[in-house]
Design a protein around this ligand. Structure first.
Ligand code: NOJ
Length: 536
């Protein structure tokens, strides 16, 4: 894919490196494990991989606490291993996106170590340091006590086994000030109001572009800019990561866009932002304008949080059409990732997961597939003694089973860092599903192939069809004469659905049963079934 805006044409495949494949026997996935399985991603038909963080990190947030933005953590391998992944991905026509975590670094990053060392340190202002709240502003208690917190912000994570969110501030007794962390105390927030921080972070983008990286998934976009007064917020807006939708952030993103667009070597590089905001209208603003562009793509999470319900999904799709189309912004679609329960688990059955795959892969925009969803993996059940994530997200991060053997294609050795997902030794592994043409894995592969071959599905227009209650249907069309009709049953009942005039070939059906048949006038949808139809 070498088109100018290649990110519009591809299906991206998210790899959480710790959970993909271990090759060195430590129970944690690594870059070599990713390299060995690039053929799986290419066979599936994806056009890009997104790697969650593999940088040097103490792993307080499993890599989203970066101690060196320009090096690989030894747990995952070396920078040469990374280069090999890029080279071999490119050889398979796969673009490579890497995660980039600008809102915060690790507290072990040399910048923070320096910043923390004294109030006079030249990097003091690279992070958010504040004095005790003074008595005159309602503070009470000795220095560093909870009554003296600079504001009421709470961090996003509760911690393993905890239910209350701690404050977003940690007291540093040596220098006598608090520092801000919207996530863990081990993740101090960088101060993007400081031009030195902007310059240093822009250099980290250049470092990876020079190594051939095609784009960045930008973490916690909405939180980057802060209210310079760090004012208290209403309790209902906690944690503030969701509410720091600030003008300062847009300014930063516009600047970063210039860095990325300004990279001289082809292909064009891109940014897809994690804009974790509750409405598509808010997300839309992070694409910027033609004159002042911001993100090339943005995640839009309302559909990920929507129940499996025709009305809820129709509203989500309408919100995308209403907010993104008018400004020429290209949507993204995502059902699962490393932060949320997998959609197979949320929706409760494989047939719904199959129908959801049809939705994901036939709407207008760039779909993101989270490794393992193509197997219909469910979240692992993680007993208390094996829970490790301070954000409670272990289940969806279970290791990927490659085959039915005891080690499931991972290096034999200790148990992986998290338990296997259900049925890893039965049908829920790559080898078993590759052997079974009726598997969900083959359904994903067919959908990706059909999408790639159809200009209508890749880039065409979108229009709703009139459908019975509990069913959604749409037409995708591209000039001169490519068209597809998509019908999805959300009701669980199935039944007859009227078709637009003409004869239609069943190109994809979630169960596979009707593929190759021709329909005219009406089609019988299976319960929780979905079809893609092409004109005969
Ligand atoms: C969003 C990432 O997806 C998540 O895994 C991480 O914990 C937070 N940002 C903080 O970096």
């Amino acid at each position: 894919m070498t088109g100018a805006q290649w990110w519009r044409d591809v299906v991206a495949y998210q790899i959480y490196p710790r959970s993909f494949c271990d090759t060195d026997g430590d129970g944690v996935g690594d870059l070599e494990g990713i390299r060995r399985h690039l053929d799986h991603v290419a066979w599936l038909g994806a056009g890009a991989i997104w790697l969650s963080p593999f940088y040097r990190s103490p792993m307080a947030d499993f890599g989203y606490d970066v101690a060196d933005y320009c090096d690989v953590d030894p747990l995952f391998g070396t920078i040469e291993d990374f280069d090999r992944v890029v080279q071999e991905a490119h050889a398979r026509d796969l673009k490579v996106l890497v995660d980039w975590v600008p809102n915060h670094s690790s507290d072990r990053h040399r910048w923070f170590v320096s910043s923390r060392s004294s109030r006079q340190d030249p990097k003091r202002d690279w992070y958010w340091w504040r004095d005790d709240r003074p008595d005159s502003a309602g503070g009470h208690g000795p220095p560093g006590s909870p009554g003296r917190l600079p504001n009421n912000w709470q961090q996003a994570f509760t911690g393993v086994g905890q239910s209350e969110r701690p404050p977003a501030w940690t007291w540093d007794p040596d220098s006598g000030q608090w520092y801000l962390h919207m996530f863990l105390p081990e993740q101090p927030d960088l101060n993007w109001a400081n031009p030195e921080v902007r310059a240093a972070m822009a250099d980290t983008l250049r470092f990876w572009m020079a190594r051939g990286v095609d784009g960045f998934r930008v973490d916690v976009v909405q939180g980057i800019g802060k209210d310079p007064d760090l004012a208290d917020i209403p309790d209902a807006d906690q944690p503030p990561s969701g509410t720091n939708d600030r003008p300062e952030t847009h300014e930063v993103i516009r600047e970063l866009r210039k860095v990325v667009d300004g990279w001289p070597d082809p292909p064009a590089r891109m940014m897809v932002g994690e804009v974790y905001l509750p409405t598509t209208a808010q997300v839309a603003t992070y694409y910027g304008t033609d004159a002042n562009p911001e993100l090339h793509l943005s995640f839009n999470f309302p559909p990920l949080f929507a129940p499996w319900d025709a009305g809820a999904w129709r509203a989500c799709i309408d919100a995308v059409v209403a907010n993104l189309d008018p400004i020429g912004a290209w949507p993204t679609w995502v059902l699962s990732n490393h932060d949320n329960r997998r959609h197979r688990t949320r929706y409760g059955s494989e047939s719904r997961a199959r129908a959801a795959a049809v939705v994901l892969l036939t709407l207008r925009g760039t779909p993101f597939v989270y490794a393992g969803e193509e197997l219909g993996l469910e979240d692992a059940v993680v007993p208390l003694e094996r829970q490790v994530d301070p954000g409670g997200r272990d289940g969806c991060r279970a290791p990927l089973p490659w085959d039915a053997t005891a080690a499931h294609g991972w290096s034999p050795g200790p148990e992986p860092w998290l338990p296997w997902p259900p049925d890893a030794g039965g049908a829920r592994n790559v080898a078993a599903q590759r052997d079974d043409p009726a598997s969900i894995l083959h359904l994903y592969r067919r959908l990706l192939a059909v999408r790639r071959a159809s200009p209508a599905l890749t880039g065409g227009d979108f229009e709703w069809l009139e459908t019975p209650e509990g069913v959604l249907g749409w037409v995708r069309s591209a000039r001169p004469d490519d068209r597809r009709v998509v019908l999805v049953d959300f009701s669980g009942a199935g039944g007859p659905v009227p078709l637009p005039p003409g004869r239609w070939d069943v190109e994809v059906e979630t169960s596979g049963a009707g593929e190759g048949h021709t329909a005219e006038g009406v089609i019988e949808l299976e319960p929780d079934g979905a079809v893609v139809l092409r004109p005969k």
